[in-house]
Structures are given as C-alpha cells and as structure tokens.
Write a protein that binds this ligand. Sequence first.
Ligand code: ADP
Ligand code: ZN
Ligand code: MG
Length: 479
Amino acid sequence: MSRDNYEVIIGLEVHAELSTKTKIFCSCPTEFGAAPNTHVCPICMAMPGTLPVLNEKVVEYAVKAGLATNCEISRDSKNDRKNYFYPDLPKAYQISQFDKPLCEHGYVEIDTEEGKKKIRLTRIHIEEDAGKLNHDDFGGGSLVDLNRAGVPLIEIVSEPDIRSSEEAEKYLRKLKSILEYIEVSDCKMQEGSLRADVNVSVRKKGDTKLGTRTEMKNMNSFKSITRAIEYEVDRQIDVLEDGGIIEQETLRWDDVSGKTFPMRDKEDAQDYRYFPDPDLVAIKLSEEYIENIKKSLPELPESRKQRYLEEYKLSEKDANIITSSKYLSDLFEGAIKICNNPKAVNNWIISDISRILNETEMEPIEIPFDSKQLAKLVMLIDKGTISSSIAKKVLVEMFEHPRDPEDIIDEKGWVQISDEGAIKDVVLKVLEANPQSVADYKGGKDKALGYLVGQAMKETRGKANPQMLNKMFLEELKK
Ligand code: ADP
Ligand code: ZN
Ligand code: MG
C-alpha cells in the first residue's frame, strides 16, 4: 500500500509571546536580548512569599486574538497551576489555564485548492513563559536565564483539522498575520516569539477513528515544520505497513539529519495536577469590556486584500502576498501614499523585496528601510534619475547598508546618464568598435541592435538611459 491510502491528520498548538511592555505577573520588562537575569524580580524568580498580580494588558491582548479568530470569549475565566519540574521553571509550576480558557470555539480560514477551508480552534488561553537554559557556552554545565520567565504567552490550540504540511504552513502563516495585524505579538519566529507544537497522525482512508499522534515541540521555522511533518508521516506509514503500532510520544526534530528522535521515555501522559491558582482572582469580563475591544480591532488581512483588489487593481496573487504580512502591507500603503505609483511599489514588493527576504530568510518585520525610502526609490526611477537596473542594485544596498537611496546613488556615482552629448559619445564609440554588428543590423538582423545597446550599457556600467540609447542607435544606424 502506498502513501495515497493514508490520510494525514495534524493539529497545532501555537505559542505566541505577547508584546506587552511588562511580564504577566510582575512589572519586569519583556524585551528580548538583554543580558541574562537582568529582567527579573522576586516574583518572576519565584521567591517564597511573593504574590503574582495579573497584567490587564495580557487579558486584553488575548481577547483581541480571540475576537480576531472568531472565538467565543468567556465571561468567567481563571488561572490554574500546571505542576511539573524543570530547571527553567523556578516555581515548579507554570501559571496557565486549564478548564476555563479565555477564548473557545474559533476558527481561522485558509485558502486551499478546493476553496476556503476553516481550521477550527479549540481554545486560546493565557500563560507564562518559562526561563531559558543555556547549554552551549559553558563546559559541562548549564546556566539558567530567567529573563523570559513570566513573559506572557497565548496558546492557540487547533482542532485536528489540518490535512497536509501545506495546510499546516498556510494555517500558521494566516494565524501569524492575524496576530501581527492586531499587534498583540511581533511573531518573530527566530526569537521564539512564535513557535508551534506539531501533532501528527495518519489513518487509513475511510477510517473514522483518529490514529495515535506524535508531537514535535517548539518548532519555529516554516521550513522545518514542513520537513518534519513530511518525515513523520512517512515514518508512521512505514511503521504501520510493517505491522507495528505508533507510540504516543514527544519527538525532537533534528534539522541537520532531517529526522525525528524520541525526546522523553515513553512514559504515560504526564500528570500536571492542575488546580486553580489560589493567589489569583477569577477573571470576570463585562459585555462592555468585550464590546470595546471588538470596536478597537483594526482592519484584518482579508479586508485589506479586498481593498487592494478594488482600489489598486492588484492581482489576487499579489494582494495575497502583500497582505500576508502586516509589515509588507504597511510598507506598500505607506510608500504609495508618497510616490502615488501602486503598480511600481507592488512590483518591488512581490519581486525583488520578496526574493531578498527569501534568500536571506529574513522576516518582513526585519526589512531595514521604511516606506518613505521605498517611495524615494520608485520616484528616482520615475524621474529618470536612475535606471531600473541600477535601482535593483540600490535596493540591495538598502538591505545591506541601510540609508537613503539618494545617498547611495550619490556615493556610488550611479546617477543615470541622460545627457544627450554623453549618450551620443558612447553610441559612436560602440558603433565604431562593432562594425560586424552594424553590418548585421543593416543586413536585416534586428537582434544586432540589442547587442549594441548591451555593449553601450556595459561601457557605462548600466548608467545610460536605455530609452535614449535605443533612440540614438536607431538614428545613427539610419544614417
Ligand atoms: P496536549 O498535547 O497538551 O496533551 P491535546 O490533547 O489537547 O493536548 O491535543 C493537542 C493537539 O493535538 C491539538 O492541536 C489537537 O488538535 C491535536 N491532536 C489531537 N489528537 C490528534 C491526532 N490523533 N492526530 C493529530 N493531531 C491530534
Ligand atoms: Zn519580575
Ligand atoms: Mg501538546
């Protein structure tokens, strides 16, 4: 039997760090990248006798996320202790939510080949992040950094509605863009702000019971998630085809070998001994509070996309790419407000900018220039100051050593040659050096003109105005 006889079932548990200024139960900053153990206090270091106080912004952000993903918001919610031991968890319990999460029964829509598909959300709850263990830098030992302990998270749990690695990627991208739009998380995957536990099982087509799942924790790149799912599906099918059974276990994905490995002993499901945290009060939300948050929601990706189709006549594909990220979308809107050339800005974003992001595995939020600078680049071409081939080089510079496009072309001497005398000099020089091409052209080979223009471009290192070159060559060749 082949892979075609099996159905793939995937459910994701996504953790997003919220971009509140302070932690969930104390007033320490949440900022990433500080020196170890400098963003800590007795509360997040779990000193005996300290008391947590819930950060109201965390509730607001979680409710925002719930509303933006079509969830029902609980009027009556609470925090629970999830007990387990690990050295990065100083209290030996994590404050999370068990049976009364803030948000439930939502969905996120993705575009598939068969049309729109709803991936249902079981729940969204709030919890605190753990600290971080540093294994690599210290011979033989590990050090604990508690800066991340107490950073607020939402955990978004999907139903097992996802049927392929492509759908998993689409779902995660959609979720990421929604969280970016409502500005509750910066979703920087490489900093761990957005990470997913990926649950995978397979079953024979036609079966109604779910197969046993395995779980790969803390995945934070689209590429590894796709590879890990593909690997795990093949592995599970092989086991089943050999007459074996799948063990429910936690696996570790190894990017280098491209394989999954068991992480823990095949113990029974962990017993977290959940109970309501006696140090915290119930979370009761009024209708008015929820209504106000609903009113504050910004325009979401789907609606922006529709607007781009109508107002700027973008193609569906381009509009999808641009609105998939709030940062790209803001870049687009900001730039066209200044340069008033939606078509050009659209092209820059979906071609050169997207390509560079891809090649450098950079996220749109990391683009080192702003919409004003992109608009300037477009205007420099529109005005004829630089050619579009030079503009591509300017863009690369803007990524590598961010500064204004004008400064770049000044420094590099990349201003386009549009002076008639200068163009004519080049044209005459190239004609004289290439008598064979001239003869070819005169003999009816139109292609020879392209070669001559190319030579002139080479001569001027891409700086000559191409329209003027063309015109001048034609004039001279007619003589
Ligand atoms: P936990 O992993 O915390 O014990 P759950 O039982 O709620 O939690 O399941 C977590 C995730 O696993 C959910 O996203 C759910 O959709 C997914 N899931 C559950 N059963 C399966 C299955 N048989 N195959 C694939 N995914 C599954
Ligand atoms: Zn603290
Ligand atoms: Mg899980």
